[in-house]
Ligand binder design. Structure first.
Ligand SMILES: [Zn+2]
Ligand SMILES: [Zn+2]
Length: 289
């Protein structure tokens, strides 16, 4: 029978992280910070710090786009030009987010913590070189797109749409905070789409945790309602970005992938938002859902 001590052991650090005994020693301030957190709080403490950082950065990202809407900054980059969220829209969204972050995403992270320890991933120095970090993140972006495409498409079958995914489509003109606005069942399934490619690649834990933060910030951006031409990835081939996903919220039955366009193009579900001379075309006002 599983004892309490067996369960608590799963959350204990599996190595000694005293900085003075590390070999190699931290080579820069990022490695020192990483080693200091492990020495001070252990592996589970590190997980909680990254989880908190993810939630805080999500809130900051959402708040920046809230300011865009509130003060009507960059109106030429606004995708659905007449649609600004009301304060009741924002309140409803934040209530759902707080519930999901505390009652769904955090427990999923805690449950997955012991699992990741047995997959050969490492906390130890040195941290991966920048090229390896970028490569692993890029592979995670690609892998998540694959899982997300098929799961998201499945969520648009009538029963799943009516009972689960409709919640995410409550906002036909999304804004930054709406990235994780969803039914808890959807959060669990799409959490798998985020988790799976990382588990297949098994990167360093630094990359693994960074991936969740980068992915959440990308989701805030793609739900922001603003097509920012200065965002460098917007110029990458097959990068759909914000206008791609914003159009999914408006049209429903197209653009199922998270960010890249090639899967939708391959399987005939791609739709491009009408444009004129490179700028987003003005979208006629329509009654809010
Ligand atoms: Zn969405
Ligand atoms: Zn959808």
């Amino acid at each position: 029978m599983l004892k309490l001590a067996d369960i608590t052991a799963l959350f204990k650090s599996s190595a000694n992280y005293q900085i003075s005994q590390l070999d190699p020693q931290p080579a820069n301030f990022i490695e020192y910070g990483w080693a200091w957190i492990l020495q001070s709080y252990g592996e589970f403490g590190l997980f909680l710090i990254f989880y908190t950082a993810m939630a805080v950065l999500y809130a900051i990202g959402g708040f920046i786009f809230y300011l865009f809407d509130k003060y009507k900054l960059f109106p030429k980059r606004k995708l659905q030009v007449t649609k600004y969220p009301s304060s009741s829209d924002i309140k409803k969204c934040i209530e759902n987010l707080v519930t999901n972050y505390i009652l769904v995403i955090l427990p999923l992270g805690v449950l997955s913590f012991p699992m990741t320890k047995y997959l050969g991933m490492t906390y130890t120095l040195p941290l991966p070189p920048f090229w390896r970090f970028c490569l692993d993140i890029f592979l995670c972006l690609l892998g998540e797109d694959f899982f997300q495409y098929w799961m998201h498409r499945g969520f648009h079958y009538p029963w799943f749409y009516k009972n689960v995914h409709k919640e995410h489509h409550y906002y036909s003109a999304p804004f930054g905070f709406t990235a994780s606005y969803a039914h808890p069942v959807e959060v669990v399934f799409l959490g798998f789409a985020t988790f799976a490619p990382a588990l297949m690649i098994r990167p360093h834990f630094f990359t693994f945790y960074s991936w969740f933060i980068i992915r959440q910030l990308d989701a805030v951006l793609t739900h922001s309602g603003y097509d920012l031409e200065l965002f460098p990835l917007n110029h990458m081939p097959y990068w759909g970005g914000t206008s791609f996903h914003d159009y999914h919220h408006k049209e429903f039955t197209c653009n199922y992938a998270s960010r890249f366009t090639f899967l939708d193009k391959m399987f005939g579900t791609y739709k491009e938002k009408p444009t004129s001379s490179g700028a987003p075309k003005l979208v006629k006002s329509e009654k809010s859902k």
